[in-house]
Design a protein. Structure first.
Lengths: 325, 293
């Protein structure tokens, strides 16, 4: 691929997403906004799973903590600073992630997967069974986070269109941050840990602090996604912390293709849009009620024919052509 | 808590733990030997429960058989299902990364749930225990305990005993144990790994289906029942040590007792206790209690 194709592709995708609301209705804008938030969540997990090789099955804990922090800070009708609430959501997620990472990283492989699940279930049950935030009913946000300049609030972020652009901007920022991280010395070290941790240690890297740092950064970005989710819905409940949510985001990045940042974004889009398409009774008629069957088979076929996820599709098609020709 | 209540809670804990063992033992073998993280294992439990619901009337009217005929028929179907699934889907995945398997078995969950919805519907159904097992026995002067729950524990114990005998006394069991410790070595010593995989997978499915079938009269059958049992079984597998049936047995009983007595003593925090225990055990022994090899 020539050098200019990839940047051109990225720019055209961002531009397409930016002009999309001009051509679409409110439903479509809300749908894509939801995917943009999930894409941030998926990217945060990609840093951990795809880049560092640490499979966390408890990532929803940080997503949910971000969301709950947001909700608990916005319990009175006065608007609060957008940046302040966002920072608080990320800090709370990081504060929980630090001890969890320090403990979980003592185990590895499948055991690591299960200990991260355990610490996520811990948070789930705290919010589900105690009255901190109305238990299993969940709570509504009464206030809104406002982006203001010297007291002037240019837009209401809870409206679809402003939220869409804020989410898009934050997704681009997170993507850029992770792309830079990937190319930095820190990112190279994480890649080394993924491929062969023993060798990294032999090369003089203290791998444990690197892994903790990756875990905490991933948790902060998940907290950011949770903050956006709570702001968008105006409501949080313990299901945001449940293992289903951790599982769903893991499935998104596997479907998209591990090891590539764009795979996480692609996976979030594919996962949600496939559901939407299969649920659409204009296309599938009566069968739309059975959307899970179609989605299930689609996923199975994807796994069987695409070993590297959706990002591996172009390479696979190219190879096919070469074989035929 | 008086002695009678304590006894009843012990019996409940035992029954719950043993039932978990049936599902988790299959999971730990599939995990330990085939290296497959099978998220669809909970679905097999669900399929078993729905078989108990759907097959029983048909078996009584057409075959004239009773409870045990239904169980037997269910087991035969389960082995067939396991065999076909292994052949069609799982056999392509052994060389792949774990996470690819996770994704595919998640797809299978969706397919199974939707097929269940198409075939049986989305309602909650009760399943009645056979008449000769539906009574209660007296415990002390005031309490009674349902016979059927004792029956569940007895069946599970019998299966556990049978598994122990097969694993420790037969050639197949030797191959299974060898496979769970070192797959490549077992293969190079002449164990036909393809056949072993298929047998282990079919047996694992049969165990989960059996658990679902005998649990159905107690738990009733409802959509989503597979997901609930799946996660707790993974907890059991990991506490016990992956691939260890003995570990799964000990861990299942531990989970059964902690969960049951947790609900009695701290209603507020019952759910979290099992996970706290798992975290504590894994921080103490990072490879589970009975990890071999």
């Amino acid at each position: 691929m020539p050098n200019f194709v990839r940047p051109a592709l990225v720019i055209s995708i961002v531009v397409a997403l930016a002009v999309f609301p001009l051509a679409a209705g409110k439903y479509e804008v809300d749908l894509i906004a939801k995917i943009l938030v999930l894409a941030i969540f998926a990217l945060s997990l990609e840093l951990l799973v795809g880049q560092t090789g640490l499979v966390s099955f408890g990532h929803a804990a940080f997503f949910g903590l971000g969301a709950y922090t947001t909700a608990l800070l916005l319990q009175d009708p006065d608007p609060r600073s957008f940046w302040l609430v966002m920072a608080a959501a990320m800090v709370v997620a990081a504060l929980y992630a630090l001890p969890v990472a320090a403990l979980c990283l003592r185990t590895r492989g499948v055991y690591f997967i299960m200990v991260t699940l355990a610490f996520a279930q811990l948070v789930y049950y705290v919010f589900h069974d105690t009255k901190i935030a109305k238990g299993s009913d969940g709570i509504y946000l009464t206030g809104v986070p406002a982006i203001s300049f010297a007291g002037w609030v240019p837009f209401d972020i809870t409206k679809s269109l402003p939220f869409y652009y804020v989410a898009l901007a934050l997704l681009c920022a997170v993507y850029a941050l992770l792309a830079m991280l990937e190319r930095s010395r820190f990112g190279r070290a994480l890649a080394g840990i993924r491929v062969n941790e023993q060798r990294m240690r032999a090369a003089g890297f203290a791998t444990y602090p690197y892994k903790i740092a990756a875990f905490v950064i991933a948790a902060m970005l998940a907290g950011l996604a949770g903050f956006l989710k709570a702001t968008k819905d105006g409501y949080v409940n313990p299901e945001m912390l449940a293992w289903h949510e951790s599982g769903a985001v893991l499935l998104m990045i596997i479907l998209g293709g591990l090891g590539k940042l764009r795979g996480a974004v692609l996976g979030a889009f594919a996962f949600v849009l496939l559901q939407e398409v299969f649920k659409n009774d204009a296309i599938f008629g009566e069968f739309a009620k059975r959307w899970q069957l179609l989605l299930g088979f689609t996923i199975i076929v994807c796994v069987l024919v695409l070993p590297h996820g959706l990002v591996g599709l172009p390479a696979r098609l190219r190879r096919r052509e070469r074989h035929d020709g | 808590m008086d002695l009678g209540t304590f006894l009843i809670q012990c019996l409940n804990a035992l029954q719950y733990g043993l039932l978990l063992f049936l599902v988790a033992s299959g999971l730990t073998l599939i995990f330990g030997i085939m290296g497959v993280i099978n998220l669809a294992h909970g679905s097999f439990y669900m399929i078993g429960a729905y078989m108990a619901y759907a097959l029983a009337p048909w078996v009584t009217t057409t075959l004239g058989g009773g409870f045990f005929t239904t169980l037997l028929l269910g087991l035969v179907l389960a082995v067939l299902l396991g065999y076909v699934l292994e052949w069609l889907f799982f056999s392509y995945l052994y060389e792949r990364e774990h996470l690819q398997q996770v994704l595919m078995t998640y797809g299978l969950i969706l397919v199974f749930e939707e097929l269940r919805s198409i075939l049986v519907g989305d309602d909650v159904h009760g399943v009645s225990a056979p008449d000769w097992l539906s009574g209660t026995i007296a415990l002390g002067s005031l309490m009674t305990y349902p016979v059927y729950r004792l029956f569940i524990s007895a069946v599970c114990l019998l299966v556990a005993l049978a598994m122990y005998l097969v694993l420790s006394r037969t050639r197949l069991g030797m191959a299974v144990r060898a496979g769970s410790v070192n797959r490549e070595m077992a293969q190079s010593l002449g164990v036909n790994i393809g056949v072993l995989y298929r047998v282990v997978f079919a047996a694992g499915v049969a165990l989960a289906v059996l658990a679902g079938m005998i649990a159905a009269p107690v738990s009733s059958v409802y959509p989503g029942m597979g997901g609930q049992v799946l996660i707790i079984c993974f907890v059991v597998v990991v506490i016990g040590g992956i691939g260890s049936v003995r570990g799964a047995f000990v861990a299942a009983l531990l989970v059964g007792f902690v969960d049951t007595f947790g609900k009695v003593f701290f209603q507020e925090a019952a759910g979290v206790l099992v996970y706290l225990m798992m975290a504590a055990i894994l921080l103490w022994k990072p490879e589970g209690l009975f990890r071999q090899g």
